[in-house]
Design a protein around this ligand. Structure first.
Ligand code: FAD
Length: 634
């Protein structure tokens, strides 16, 4: 029996990005004792990398903006597959969450008359992204951490202990959730530095573990994004939805090879940057899909006028939703009109004065100068699609964030539904704040409802979790050759990139599933040498099981959905099919693999449906679904 350090909390939040911190603050403010557990350093979550801004319909730059317009844009961006209740709550509550951040100490860039400034982004009808240069995520995390410190100071004043009700466990990875019957009872993990085991006894867990991008070869995501929360939830009995929808951001760096995939923020296009192919053509005008034809400029002159006179001109097609732009770039490169290193050109140098570029996009200027020796104030960048975000995640109740497992909550990128088939830029940071707060409140009220009858952790479950975590050290003793976790990870990334990537085909995904099955068998023999003290090979061997489970969800759901929509493009089924709009694919654990079932989502409330023109809805809905619309009888 392994030695295990034990802690007991009311609520354990796994993940210290925007969603986790906001959930922890909320649960603590409801009087809970809260632990925040994160596998990287505190402050080094994905959220900190967010550049462009937080989408919130404050109407500061264009008074025409309001939550209804934001709701409409979000639904359009997600091609009407979004959980409409989540999209509604998100659009309504995002402005309050941004203002609240300033009460915690954030300071956003200002308009000339002193209001929070808002910038343009793809798919948003009005300038909507509150920002701090191109370092918005850093400010968001800094202020949420500051709020946590201020709450800890309150606790110190009351109890003499800063960590009496809010404690951070950094560089601590959770490997398993524990249950008592059907209810959550705890979380098991290890300290990354010492390798020692740790157990959190708790009736409520909020998953806020972020995305899955490290399963793909070219990605903007960093090392932590191995789909741990997605896999933990599934193994605990929760379901994942929309896993076929993976967002490939149109603009990642393509050169030099060591930095391929690093993000080039959409703000470059929002602030006037244009995309050109090797012939110098602004090709996006050739790629405006039918459903967006009446919303985007038809000529370069009109698109350019929009930046100064948005009320009387249509926006340029460089600002189409990300899925459209990524596919267009992919097509240009495939047609032989790409840049020297296999991307296209993104030019802001001929559009804005140098000092303005440095003021608005300081990180981009620095990033290209340092990493590619390119001065973006004088020459174009080379960019191409990179795996960026997963729309799919844990199926939750929109209002409380609770999954189908009592006591298990999820918020942020690990949860599913909010963004439908494609997320709009800026809608993640707002999602983290809106649903982080809701999940923290949901967890607190669940714990209050339990009273004294708390679920118990079984020692046998702790022993099994410890044994499972140690398997990579005993792989040599098991039948079959010992496999190197790094080799397996590289192979997995190649499979996902080549066979389940930006453009998909049925036979390629079937091949991917065979390869994933083979990789899963081999991963059971993933072995490491040495000790438990900081051993990255061991950590990766454990993360691999999560990546393989989640990758299978992506491949199975993508094979099942025989249409193209948002972040799921099928070469063999290139058209969006209205009959698929009202189908949600739901992944659950089935033996060692994954089962995919179909569910019909609830119908959008009539008052929300009435926010759209019937003509627009007909592009997405079947006639039978539109009978509740005021124009439905036309
Ligand atoms: P994260 O911030 O990803 O945090 C996850 C946390 O979970 C981390 O603390 C991690 O250590 C922890 N964790 C993971 N697994 C475990 C485990 N097993 N045990 C313990 N802890 C674990 N969105 C926008 O809206 N606007 C933008 O401008 C924007 N820019 C972006 C720029 C870049 C380069 C990238 C990569 C993304 C950007 N996004 C943007 C997307 C957005 O940043 C992310 O979707 C969002 O930050 C995710 O937040 P989160 O709280 O869900 O998780």
């Amino acid at each position: 029996m392994s030695e295990v350090e034990r802690h007991s909390y009311d609520v354990v939040v796994i993940g210290a990005g925007g969603a986790g911190l906001r959930a922890a603050i909320e649960a603590r403010e409801h009087g809970m004792r809260v632990a925040i557990v994160c596998k990287s350093l505190f402050g080094k979550a994905h959220t900190v990398m967010a550049e462009g801004g937080i989408a919130a319909a404050m109407g500061n730059v264009n008074s025409g903006d309001n939550w209804k317009v934001h709701f409409r844009d979000t639904m359009r961006g997600g091609k009407f597959l979004n959980n409409w209740r989540m999209a509604e709550l998100h659009a309504q509550e995002a402005p309050q969450r941004v203002w609240e951040l300033e009460t915690y100490g954030a300071l956003f860039d200002r308009t000339k008359d002193g209001r929070i400034s808002q910038r343009n982004f793809g798919g948003h009808e009005y300038p909507r992204l509150a920002h701090v240069g191109d370092r918005t995520g850093l400010e968001l995390i800094r202020t949420l951490q500051q709020k946590i410190v201020s709450l800890q100071q309150e606790d110190f004043a009351e109890s003499g202990d800063y960590e009496a009700r809010l404690k951070v466990f950094a560089e601590c990875t959770v490997t398993e959730l524990l249950k008592d019957g059907d209810k959550v009872s705890g979380a098991f993990g290890y300290w990354r530095e010492s390798g020692r085991f740790v157990l959190f006894e708790t009736p409520a867990v909020v998953l806020a573990t972020g995305g899955i991008g490290k399963s793909f070869k070219v990605t903007s995501n960093s090392w932590e994004y191995t789909g741990d929360g997605h896999a933990l939830a599934m193994r605990a009995g929760a379901a994942l939805i929309n896993m076929e929808f993976v967002q490939f951001h149109p603009t990642g760096m393509v050169w030099p090879p060591s930095v391929k995939g690093i993000l080039v923020t959409e703000s470059v296009r929002g602030d006037g940057g244009v995309l050109r192919n090797s012939e110098g053509k602004r090709f996006m005008f050739d790629y405006v899909p039918e459903v967006f034809k009446d919303k985007y400029a038809k000529t370069e002159a009109e698109g350019d006028r929009w930046y100064t006179d948005p009320d009387n001109n249509l926006r340029p097609p460089e600002l189409l939703p990300r899925d459209e732009v990524a596919r267009a770039i992919n097509s240009e490169v495939k047609a032989g009109r790409g840049s020297p290193h296999g991307g296209v050109f993104l030019d802001v140098s001929s559009r804005l004065p140098a000092e303005e570029i440095i003021r608005r996009l300081p990180s981009m200027h620095h990033q290209f100068k340092e990493l590619a020796d390119v001065d973006i104030t004088a020459e174009p960048m080379e960019v191409g699609p990179t795996c960026h975000y997963v729309m799919g995640g844990v199926q939750v109740d929109p209002d409380s964030g609770q999954s189908r497992v009592p006591g298990l909550f999820a918020a942020g990128e690990v949860s599913g539904g909010m963004h439908g088939s494609n997320r709009l830029g800026g809608n993640s940071l707002s999602d983290l704040l809106v649903f982080g707060k809701r999940a923290g409140a949901g967890a607190a009220s669940y714990v209050e409802g339990l009273g004294a009858a708390r679920p118990a952790v079984l020692q046998s479950d702790v022993d099994s979790a410890a044994e499972a975590a140690l398997t990579p050290f005993t792989a040599a003793a098991v039948d079959g050759p010992v496999e190197n976790p790094y080799t397996l990870h590289t192979e997995l990334q190649q499979v996902m990139n080549d066979l389940v990537g930006i453009i998909r085909k049925g036979e390629e995904m079937e091949l991917a599933l065979k390869k994933l099955d083979d990789l899963r068998r081999r991963a059971a023999h993933a072995g490491v040498e040495g000790h438990r003290q900081f051993n990255p090979g061991w950590h990766l061997a454990l993360d691999l099981a999560n990546m393989l489970l989640v990758s299978e969800c992506v491949a199975r759901a993508a094979l099942e959905r025989t249409e193209s929509r948002g972040g799921h493009t099928r070469d063999d089924f290139p058209v969006m099919d209205s009959d698929w709009r009202h189908t949600t694919l739901v992944c659950t654990v089935d033996g060692p693999g994954v089962a995919v079932a179909r569910e019909t989502p609830s119908d959008m409330r009539d008052d929300l449906l009435a926010l759209f023109e019937i003509g627009e809805l007909r592009k997405y809905y079947t006639e039978a679904e539109l009978t509740g619309h005021p124009g439905g009888q036309e």
